[in-house]
Design a protein around this ligand. Structure first.
Ligand SMILES: Nc1ncnc2c1ncn2[C@@H]1O[C@H](COP(=O)(O)OP(=O)(O)OP(=O)(O)O)[C@@H](O)[C@H]1O
Length: 467
């Protein structure tokens, strides 16, 4: 194993040499210097993991040493030593970021233990930084189409501010991804990113989820619960499907946005929070405002900056960059080194309409990476919906296995609807789901299909309007 490097700074050459020898004996690779200047000159080539410095030398106050190390790009852990009468110098160094301090004269065994601990803290610090780096790389906004370039530009501009942002786009276009990118590019990135889906819970549960509750606030409230807004303090809250937020909760959210204040459900105490809110919606909320389902004051507040995310079929120029990005991500996960896609596979990817947007593309590439035998993803590695087997002819059952649940569900709904001449009520009955679910799905599929299928969806919509 590589030995950890320690730089010893001691004004007394004899003490310094003795300490160096003692640390080397215990397994470190140590060098010594008699002044801060000569020590700092060694830093670039020696690359110490820790510096053990006398903080009372004329040219070596602790804060100054820490600042100079930073300038040199070193993240070495610093341990300072002072005589008992000059503890103030050690305190100043600790305030400036030193890991620990020792009282002189130094005991080599004790110095060894303190250095080990300081090195361990540095290792943890580095691991954390690496994880953060990886998280940031994961939320890189990938895409080269002009539409996405514009999105990136807005993200760059507003990330440093606390402005509320509304991201509008179909399911799977990357709304949450944009919210995360905003968070990761903002000064809040080391604080939490918290997400809540406003359509997933009943009003009472959503109230408690967002704002928290006190014990006994409702039947199952056995304990006090901290809401997501409190958990996101200092960070970012992503509110998915904000258009589905009940009116009573819209009032509470507005207060958080305006005054940074909330009360837990069943509580009287006012809690202060500092949260940046990013909201996601599948369509513009103006319609909801007109229909009286969404407060206009909250709408204007959320809409300070709005980012439209076009569906993937309208920005197919992004496909190559996204495909490469997903090949790299899933290739790493699956331990496969792939270099790209064959021209045949690429044209199949371009020919498809991507009703499930970027999420569907990610799923398709993930499965293709698993299926690929060569260095490139070939056409036959793609699901039958994209390549070869035409779904109209083969039917939903022929897709299994080889298709995503999304594709299978879409196939089942569209085929049933076709056979019922566009009657959503009949299709819902046959499939054993609610009419609402079918209607919701049809809106998603509508622009991704043509011909007979499009005609039956249009028929379904005509039927709905006639009701
Ligand atoms: N520009 C992009 N670059 C890289 N990955 C992306 C991009 N856009 C979306 N993705 C990925 O696609 C997937 C779907 O994106 P995301 O969940 O953000 O969509 P969404 O619009 O929030 O969907 P929903 O409305 O269904 O919640 C995620 O895995 C996300 O990381």
């Amino acid at each position: 194993m590589k030995r950890e490097r320690i730089l010893v700074i001691d004004g007394n050459p004899l003490d310094g040499a003795a300490l160096r020898a003692a640390l080397c004996e215990r397994g470190f690779d140590a060098v010594e210097a008699v002044s801060a200047e000569s020590a700092l000159a060694l830093v670039p080539s020696f690359g110490p993991g820790a510096v053990l410095a006398d903080a009372t030398l004329p040219d070596c106050s602790g804060p100054m040493l820490l600042a100079r190390l930073k300038e040199l790009g070193s993240d070495a852990a610093v341990v300072v030593s002072t005589p008992p009468a000059e503890i103030d110098a050690a305190v100043a160094a600790l305030r400036a970021g030193a890991e620990s301090f020792l009282v002189r004269p130094l005991d080599p065994a004790q110095a060894y233990v303190v250095l080990e601990k300081a090195l361990e803290k540095r290792r943890l610090r580095r691991d954390r930084a690496k994880l953060r780096e990886q998280a940031r790389a994961r939320v890189a906004l990938v895409g080269s189409a002009a539409e996405l370039q514009q999105v990136m530009e807005v993200v760059r501009r507003v990330a440093p501010t606390k402005a509320t942002v509304l991201v509008i786009g179909e399911a799977g276009t990357g709304k949450e991804h944009v919210a995360q990118a905003l968070h990761e590019s903002s000064p809040r990135r080391d604080r939490p990113f918290v997400r809540v889906n406003c359509a997933a819970l009943s009003e009472v549960l959503l109230d408690s989820e967002l704002f928290g509750h006190e014990r006994g606030a409702f039947a199952d409230a056995d304990e006090r619960h901290e809401g997501r807004l409190e958990q996101a303090d200092g960070g970012t809250l992503y509110l998915d499907e904000v258009g589905r937020l009940p009116l009573a909760l819209q009032v509470k959210l507005l207060r958080v946005l305006q005054q940074g204040e909330l009360e837990r459900l069943g509580g009287a105490e006012t809690i202060k929070v500092d949260v940046r809110v990013v909201a996601g919606a599948q369509r513009d909320l103006a319609e909801e405002v007109r229909a009286g389902r969404f407060r206009d004051d909250l709408y204007y507040r959320l809409n300070v900056v709005s980012i439209p995310l076009p569906p993937l079929r309208e920005r197919k120029g992004d496909i190559p960059a996204l495909v490469n990005h997903f090949i790299e991500t899933f290739g790493r996960e699956q331990g496969k080194e792939l270099v790209g896609v064959t021209p045949g596979a690429l044209s199949a990817l371009f020919a498809y309409d991507w009703p499930g947007n970027v999420r569907e593309l990610a799923n398709v590439v993930e499965r293709a990476v698993a299926a690929a035998h060569g260095k490139e993803i070939a056409g036959e590695d793609l699901s039958p919906v994209l390549y070869g087997g035409r779904p109209e002819e083969s039917g939903a059952s022929a897709l299994i296995p080889g298709a995503t649940l999304f594709e299978i569900e879409r196939e089942a709904i569209l085929r049933t609807l076709e056979q019922c001449n566009g009657s959503t009520a009949r299709a819902a009955e046959i499939l054993g789901v609610s009419v609402r679910k079918i209607q919701y799905r049809l809106k998603e599929y509508r622009s991704g299909v043509s011909g007979r299928r499009r005609a039956s969806i249009d028929e379904a919509f005509r039927e709905l309007q006639a009701k």
